[in-house]
Design a protein around this ligand. Structure first.
Ligand code: HEM
Length: 359
């Protein structure tokens, strides 16, 4: 396998060493300067790679969650691949393969390795177009392989030097990919309502919607003590800042005014509380308007999968944070509890954007 250019390897080593939290002010200033210098880098160049690697150190005001997760690299990767479903499944598999290698090297947690293997095996059974995803994961051309290699390398930097932060960070990446896949597929179902394709697409979506539950099954191998050992290093990076997640919710359920209190705190989320997105046309609405009992039944199954995830997430909040506030400044587990059950939303006619936007 070809190595990255030396200039990039140095930056990778710098961030991997003791974790990004341990970087000195001089290191940070250097990384920020590289990022600024490579702003206009042409695609496919060493300069572009340097730009991707250093985005968490950009001097502009970006949400902490974006800095922590390097979601801009996911956006870069997805933008370069025409088949978004295949691209997302491959990115999930690549992230999980990398985590598996990290876990094997540490040799600490056999149960986690077993759960990871089961999740990767499950990915291969997921539907893609007319068949299971296995061939999609097995047939990757050289150009796509290179993009996946860059994706994995540029997103694998924990903040701390704690081994267990890897599973947390990769769980976030795979969930983010699942949210995107769900939103993307929800758009496809809405467009197909009224045609015979709708029920097939909705059945596929239901399978994708179970993925975050399976990711949490892997993450559950983390102990609360271990979680607390790196939590401080992740600072104010809370997934409540995830535009991708809130757009997924909008695409599925429509606008929930109860969320405005939190969404209006973040400039990048505020548009979700205002027209036209406030009047989002949701999948729930499209299914209800279709009057198709088959679609309504399939929607219930999909909704159950996501309800399970929200319920487990609340359970995670209680288990790992007990009475501690969330890093997004919410009351923590109690905030999650309030949104486990979805309420009916007024709805409108605005289509929800389907592309993955983290620049
Ligand atoms: C130990 C594991 C986890 C705990 C204890 C936890 C806890 C929390 C808490 C307390 C919040 C409320 C917002 C805040 O103040 O931060 C939150 C929000 C959120 N978390 Fe987690 N979380 C965990 C793992 C994850 C993972 C792996 C993901 C995947 C991306 C995730 C996605 C989200 C999302 C999307 C929100 C916003 C939910 C909403 O606004 O309805 N969480 N989490």
């Amino acid at each position: 396998m070809a190595l990255f250019p030396e200039s990039c390897t140095r930056i990778i080593d710098l961030q991997s060493g003791k974790g990004r939290w341990a970087l000195t002010e001089t290191d940070r200033a250097e990384l920020a300067a590289v990022h600024a210098r490579t702003r206009a880098a042409p695609p496919g160049t060493e300069e572009e790679l340097l730009h991707l690697l250093t985005r968490p150190f950009a001097t502009e005001d970006i949400p902490e969650y974006f800095r922590y997760t390097s979601l801009h690299v996911l956006a870069w990767y997805l933008a370069g691949t025409p088949d978004q479903v295949a691209a997302t499944l491959r990115a999930m598999d690549a992230a999980l393969a990398d985590l598996t290698a990290v876990e094997h090297a540490a040799g600490e947690d056999e149960e986690r390795l077993r759960r990871l293997a089961a999740l990767r095996a499950h990915l291969r059974t997921l539907p893609h177009a007319d068949g299971p995803a296995a061939p999609v994961l097995d047939t990757v051309d050289a150009a796509q392989r290179e993009r996946l290699r860059i994706l994995v390398a540029c997103t694998g930097f924990p903040m701390s030097d704690r081994h267990d932060e890897h599973v947390f960070l990769r769980a976030v990446h795979v969930c983010e990919l699942a949210y995107y896949l769900i939103r993307h597929q929800a758009g496809a179902v809405v467009a197909a309502v009224g045609t015979p394709a709708a029920s097939t697409l909705l059945a596929r979506l239901t399978r994708y919607a179970d993925l975050p539950n399976r990711v949490f099954h892997v993450l559950r191998t983390l102990t609360p003590e271990s979680f607390m050992s790196f939590r401080e290093a992740t600072g104010y990076a809370s997934a409540v800042q995830s535009l991708n997640y809130h757009l997924m919710e909008l695409a599925l359920y429509g606008h929930d005014p109860r969320k405005d209190r939190v969404l209006t705190r973040y400039p990048h989320l505020r548009p979700l509380t205002e027209p036209p997105l406030r009047e989002a046309y949701s999948l729930r609405q499209a299914v209800a308007e279709s009057g198709d009992p088959g679609l309504a039944g399939a929607w219930q199954e999909l909704a159950r999968n996501l309800l399970t995830w929200r319920g487990r997430h609340y359970g995670f909040g209680r288990r790992y944070l007990a009475d501690i506030q969330g890093s997004g400044g919410t009351e923590g587990a109690e905030y999650l509890k309030g949104f486990v059950v979805k309420r009916a939303a007024a709805g409108g006619r605005t289509p929800v954007p389907v592309h993955f936007a983290y620049r």
